[in-house]
Design a protein around this ligand. Structure first.
Ligand SMILES: [Zn+2]
Ligand SMILES: [Zn+2]
Length: 367
């Protein structure tokens, strides 16, 4: 079970950005690897706090977490990169927060644990898909098209023109970093010549101008299961952007929006709809034709109905996303009184009224 991010940070759900930052800073100091060398538990706490802060400090992710919990933010990263794999990644992301406390030396040194030269995971992608309410019954397969960054097809991601290849950077000897010494400290910084890659391309690929990456159109068939609702997120593992320098691909998150159907109101698996009937139908009962998501059907309205009474059609609602339950279609009766009475109708009603012994003048006919 994953712990609640607010609980991890020890802040209220409505805590402001400053409070969240302070709470995280306190935890980060407490479990800082420099203070707890070799302590695995502290390292885990340090990572857990960083993930909690990553989500809660990002307004968009925080909103998703508030609405959908862990499910809403799992796999997503505010910085487009992977989850924190190691402590170095945390310093890379939140180094500015530690800066005041641990000085540039400590933070800067750890940044080497980052991933500027190694393979990188491709970015996660998000796609919003609209479907119709009736598609919720059976699920649907929808083709989608989107643009994303992928390895350049001409050079297979190397960035070098065919027949040539990337050469080792002369600035850093291929390490991607330059180390300067200042007294007892040695500070590492990214090599400006190769921007940390360790290699330079002297003869760049014409298609991608040496970047190794290019925007491509992707087509995909997305299988939407039955029973989804607006806000349901589908995760298509490995369908995000392809990895950099052989790293794993990111994931594609498809967020669903179910277009409302004006005829029905949805509450989980149940559907509600108003049904207008005449006063005679309400009194005497009737068979009326109704529209369901599955087509026209006949509905039995029982005798002596009340205004607002609910008549349920079992199994004509929506299926549940997990499990085999199917909800109901519930009609809420609205009894429509006539605006005019025919002579004949009035006569007959007066007869009924008299037989009930009611007094016409008071307008009270008894029930
Ligand atoms: Zn290329
Ligand atoms: Zn270099």
């Amino acid at each position: 079970m994953k712990r609640d991010y607010y609980e991890i940070l020890g802040v209220a759900r409505d805590a402001d950005a400053d409070t969240v930052k302070k709470a995280y800073r306190k935890l980060a100091m407490q479990f800082h690897p420099d203070k707890n060398p070799g302590n695995k538990e502290a390292e885990d706490k340090f990572k857990e706090a960083a993930r909690a802060y990553e989500v809660i400090s990002n307004p968009e992710m925080r909103a998703r977490f508030d609405r959908f919990g862990h499910q809403g933010v799992d796999g997503a990263s505010g910085r487009g990169g992977p989850h924190f794999q190691d402590v170095g990644d945390i310093f890379e992301s939140f180094g500015d927060i530690f800066g005041d406390f641990f000085g540039q030396g400590s933070g800067g040194d750890r940044r080497r644990g980052g991933s500027s030269t190694g393979p990188g995971r491709g970015a996660d992608l998000r796609y919003v898909m609209e479907i119709e309410l009736k598609d919720v019954i059976t699920g649907i397969e929808n083709p989608i098209e989107f643009q994303c960054e992928d390895n350049c097809k001409t050079c297979q991601g190397s960035g070098a023109q065919a027949g040539s290849k990337a050469e080792t950077c002369s600035g850093c000897g291929g390490r991607g970093q330059i180390v300067r010494s200042q007294g007892f400290f040695s500070m590492a910084s990214t090599c400006p010549q190769c921007r940390g890659r360790g290699t330079v391309i002297t003869n760049p690929c014409k298609t991608c101008r040496g970047a190794g990456r290019a925007a491509v159109e992707r087509k995909l068939l997305v299988k939407v299961p039955a029973g989804v609702d607006s806000g349901t997120q589908l995760r298509l593992t490995g369908e995000g952007e392809s990895g950099i320098r052989g790293g794993p691909a990111g994931d594609l998150f498809v967020e669903l929006r179910v277009r409302p159907d004006p005829r029905f109101e949805r509450d989980g698996e149940n559907l509600y709809a108003p049904l207008e009937i005449g006063y005679l139908q309400a009194l005497l009962g009737a068979e009326v034709e109704i529209e369901t998501l599955r087509g026209k059907k006949s509905l039995h309205v029982p005798k002596a109905c009340q205004y607002g009474q609910q008549v349920k059609v079992s199994g004509q609602g929506l299926p549940s996303l997990r499990g085999s339950r199917v909800g109901d279609l519930v009609y809420v009766l609205k009894i429509v009184m006539p605006k005019k009475l025919s002579k004949e109708e009035e006569q007959l009603l007066r007869q009924i009224a008299e037989s009930k012994g009611g007094k016409e003048k008071s307008g009270f006919f008894g029930l």
